[in-house]
Write a new protein. Structure first.
Length: 479
């Protein structure tokens, strides 16, 4: 009788506890294994467009990796709580294994499945999921999760290294004659219009690509990571986020590989420590989400419900399309649209601009990111938006308003990043590329820029936008 392994946000073979256990049991007893993925859009947040594209590619890669060692991926669509018991009955499965997801809606499904499979006398086994530390292990005296990053991360570090990653199975014994859906029928990838060309040019989803990226990062970029991670004009970060999001690589694998590299070469240590603390932010955001399932819909700080947000569809669209007239903001939003990611520093600048300069509700920006990011994460996305908006758990104060010109000049000093995404500003010298409205008519003409035509005028004046934001904040503080 077959064992079923249920894949969800862990689309890999290595360091996959449920798969590891099933492969071992199968080798011992001869039981065949069904490798299952269920596209269940009723649990958690429906995926955005860019993430759906990634998922399709990642599932294809997983299917190929399974096939290479004797397995085969079975696809189903529908509510897992119904599809899985049906599959168990159809195939008289004896056991059902999965790695948990520390999010309430997923846990509710896991519990429901445990109950219904128990009635069918099926053995159910859940394994640790994709966190370095489960949320239950880090609580304050009142039993709540921590709301401030630094003490949280100190607690994680004090727990020492997480368990070593598990090896991928070398061979698998797959159950045969299991009907599977055809991935292409799920419509995860765009057809007409095909907007995914930029994603295809920039990314290779799947476990092999994730591991190669980690290896490359530790060999090269890690050395300069601590200094370069804030520079959008340099390839200074790991670009692992979508791979981590879909579990093509686990945080434990990343942790141990990074520590191993730093032990072998002490010069890497500062970069590696900083990098691991960023992985800590992912962890922190997921722990927050565990405690606060409404993270994407509810401002965490009292008072923000009364915030006088502007409902301005035209301003929101100008921001989404990268037509605000602030080059660093527009470059970021165009990078996002084209590649499915945006540099972290620029994410902060564009988010602050939307919420503060345009006074648009942070949830509108969060939803846009959710739809366009390949790394759109149920924890990291809303937690970072709330942090920037000033209403989050461990938030930047609302009155800290990023100046998009100064941010551009500091982190993209030669304008390389801006020119890459805004070729219409290519001809401007570095001192003007972050503020084209300061150029004289002669300078604009020689760069071929016509403000208001080839590139927009600023949608809002920085000083006015800042004052308006502070006034709005003062109003909610008073109330
Ligand atoms: P690296 O600098 O190489 O960092 C390594 C890993 O650490 C990342 O892959 C990521 O998993 C994690 N990480 C780094 N920074 C953060 C952070 N601030 N918060 C949480 N985890 C972090 N990250 C997402 O993965 N998904 C999101 O949906 C997301 N939305 C964001 C929205 C806003 C408004 C902001 C300001 C940040 C958001 N981030 C999000 C965090 C961060 O921008 C990305 O994780 C990072 O840019 C990914 O690039 P990298 O893999 O090269 O990062």
């Amino acid at each position: 009788r077959p064992i079923i392994v249920w894949f969800r946000e862990d689309l890999r073979l290595a360091d996959h506890p449920a798969l590891h256990a099933a492969a071992k049991a199968s080798a011992r007893t001869g039981a065949p294994v069904i490798f299952l993925y269920v596209l269940d859009e009723s649990v958690g947040r429906p995926l955005g467009g860019a993430a759906r594209w990634w998922l399709a590619r990642s599932l294809r890669a997983l299917g190929n990796s399974l096939a290479a060692i004797g397995g085969s991926l079975t696809l189903r669509k529908g509510a897992a709580v119904k599809v899985i018991p049906d599959l168990v009955r159809e195939n008289d499965a004896s056991a059902f294994y999965w790695n948990e997801i520390a999010q309430r809606p997923h846990q509710a499904v896991e519990k429901q499945l445990e109950a219904s499979l128990a009635k069918l006398a099926v053995e159910t086994r859940r394994f640790p999921g994709d966190l370095l530390v489960p949320p239950a292990a880090i609580r304050n005296k009142e039993g709540r999760g921590l709301r401030v990053f630094t003490p949280f991360w100190r607690r994680v570090l004090a727990m020492g290294d997480p368990p070593k990653p598990l090896a991928a199975p070398k061979t698998l014994r797959s159950a045969t004659n299991i009907a599977t859906d055809v991935l292409e029928d799920y419509g995860l990838e765009p057809t007409q219009p095909d907007w995914a060309g930029g994603l295809r040019d920039n990314w290779t989803p799947g476990e092999a690509a994730a591991r190669a990226r980690l290896r490359d990062f530790l060999k090269t970029t890690a050395r300069t990571y601590a200094g370069d991670r804030d520079r959008p004009d340099r390839a200074g970060t790991s670009r692992l986020s979508p791979h981590l999001r879909f579990g093509e690589i686990s945080p434990r694998q990343v942790w141990h590989a990074a520590r191993f590299a730093a032990d072998a070469e002490p010069a890497l240590a500062p970069g590696v420590e900083k990098f691991l603390s960023e992985l800590g932010w992912r962890e922190f955001c997921r722990h927050l989400l565990f405690d606060i399932p409404e993270l994407a819909s509810q401002s965490l700080q009292d008072g923000f419900d009364a915030f006088p947000w502007k409902r301005d569809a035209a301003d929101l669209e100008a921001w989404q399309r990268g037509h605000t007239g602030y080059p660093i903001v527009d470059a970021g939003l165009r990078e996002l649209w084209h590649t499915g990611v945006m540099h972290n520093r620029v994410r902060m600048v564009v988010a602050s601009f939307l919420v503060k300069h345009l006074l648009i509700d942070w949830r509108c920006g969060e939803r846009w990111f959710w739809d366009t990011l390949v790394d759109a994460d149920a924890g990291s996305n809303p937690a970072n938006w709330q942090w920037i908006a000033g209403c989050g758990a461990d938030a930047a104060p609302y009155f800290r308003v990023f100046n998009p010109v100064l941010q551009g000049e500091k982190f993209d000093p030669d304008g390389t990043y801006v020119r890459r995404w805004l070729p219409e500003l290519k001809g401007l010298p570095a001192k003007l590329v972050h503020q084209p409205w300061r150029a004289t008519p002669i300078e604009l003409a020689s760069a071929g820029v016509v403000l208001g035509s080839t590139y927009p005028e600023p949608i809002v004046d920085h000083t006015r936008g800042r004052e308006r934001a502070l006034a709005a904040y003062a109003r909610i503080r008073k109330s």
